[in-house]
Design a binder for this molecule. Structure first.
Ligand code: FAD
Ligand code: EPU
Length: 338
């Protein structure tokens, strides 16, 4: 267990924002975690559970305890004729687990390659990319309730998973710690090439058999071409969620903008690209001081150097109000603002 006072959180968030934590602690396993939960420090202070800090924006110093869970085991739980069950600790880096699963010959997670962050945070916003969401492979999520330190297992069907959403981001927000996640891999090859840019990538290459490993390589290559590398430019990936609008509104917009495209969410609703809306408002590549909209993907707000969290939020609010004025569509934050 490591405890520090008054530390900078800059190395702990991919936006590279400089905010301080009054207290900061790291624990390496659930037993130490449970001991720590009983300490007066944890009981009496305001708390924040931190993963790899890749979906969080600090707008001020954190006046309480920031707790980082570094448990790091990956365990094969069971195997049947059809499936393999693997339990992964919250502190494992997400992409190293994706790589591990592919190295073991398991398919399903390859489309989610190179997403920053740790396994513990993956169910929180139900991470997704290239036509796959992590809920597709989650069997259950192990948590500790903060009010009574009770350990519980939440089955997939009780997680209220949706687009960038779950029970952990809503009802359970600030009330639980995710300690590990149980994944179920199908032994049937279940590759998914529904997402157009991925399908086009393979259509252009025409390389013969498509495997989980070459889907991983393709996803990494596409991501590197349009998303900032967190080691080089600060960001939290998409700052906003893609909005879901009525089919009626979509049809109306489409008559004005022939390049608009959307994904059907239901018979009545269509998900459209927030990046497209932001680009149409003229923000792509725009920079004010150290805050900007990434020039290859308008959904990503970047910190070019020493932007503060408040400057980033101010910039995001300006984008939201321009989009609302132009299109009468409200876009909402995907990033967790603290
Ligand atoms: P953090 O940012 O540390 O935390 C996120 C939230 O979860 C916070 O509210 C935190 O308090 C809470 N939390 C974290 N761990 C726990 C825990 N163990 N128990 C309880 N609460 C916890 N996301 C996608 O879905 N798809 C993408 O394609 C994608 N691309 C990205 C690209 C870039 C360049 C970046 C920087 C981010 C991207 N993201 C993407 C967002 C991010 O990678 C995910 O949201 C990721 O799951 C965050 O993990 P983390 O460990 O960094 O969480
Ligand atoms: N587009 C534009 N301009 C832009 C960006 C996008 O017009 O600047 C339009 C283009 O038509 C493009 C389409 O939007 O073809 C889709 O773009 P992209 O494939 O980059 O996906 P996205 O909808 O912008 C979402 C996720 C990403 C995820 C990708 C790939 C959200 C909020 N974002 O972005 O997730 O990696 O799909 O599946 O759903 C994240 O959550 O942090 C994140 C990066």
């Amino acid at each position: 267990m490591i405890e520090k006072n008054n530390i900078s959180l800059k190395p702990y968030n991919t936006f590279n924002v400089n905010a301080k934590a009054k207290y900061f602690a790291e624990v390496n396993n659930v037993s130490d975690l449970k001991t720590f939960l009983e300490t007066p420090l944890f009981k009496n202070e305001k708390r924040l559970i931190l993963g790899a800090g890749s979906n969080i924006l600090f707008t001020k110093d954190f006046d309480g305890i920031v707790l980082k869970l570094n448990n790091s085991k990956i365990k094969l739980i069971s195997e049947t004729d059809d499936s393999v069950f693997i339990e992964v600790d919250a502190g494992v880096e997400w992409d190293s687990f994706v790589k591990y699963s592919i190295d073991k010959g398991l398919s399903g997670l390859e489309n989610l390659s190179l997403i920053p962050g740790n396994v513990g945070a993956a169910p929180i916003q139900n991470i997704g990319a290239y036509g796959v969401e992590v809920k597709d492979l989650i069997e259950s999520v192990n948590i500790i309730m903060l009010e009574n330190h009770e350990e519980k297992t939440i089955l997939n069907g009780d997680c209220s998973f949706g687009y960038r959403s779950s029970i952990f981001k809503n009802e359970f927000k600030n009330k639980i710690i995710i300690t590990s996640v149980l994944f179920k891999f199908s032994k049937r090859n279940s590759i998914n090439l529904e997402y157009a840019p991925l399908k086009n990538y393979f259509a252009e290459k025409n390389e013969g058999e498509i495997t989980s490993r070459n889907i991983r390589d393709a996803v990494i290559s596409i991501r590197e071409s349009k998303l900032p590398n967190p080691n080089e430019i600060g960001s939290a990936g998409s700052f906003f969620k893609n909005p879901i609008i009525s089919k009626e509104k979509y049809d109306k917009l489409k008559t004005e903008y022939s390049d608009l495209f959307g994904f059907s969410e239901s018979d009545l609703n269509i998900k459209i690209s927030a990046g497209w809306l932001i680009e149409k408002c003229g923000f792509k590549g725009k920079r004010i001081g150290d805050v900007g909209v990434y020039d290859k993907q308008a959904l990503v707000i970047v910190n070019y150097g020493n932007a503060t969290g408040s400057e980033i939020v101010e910039f995001a609010e300006m984008i939201k109000s321009k989009v609302e004025n132009k299109f009468n569509i409200k876009i909402i934050n995907e990033v967790n603002i603290v």
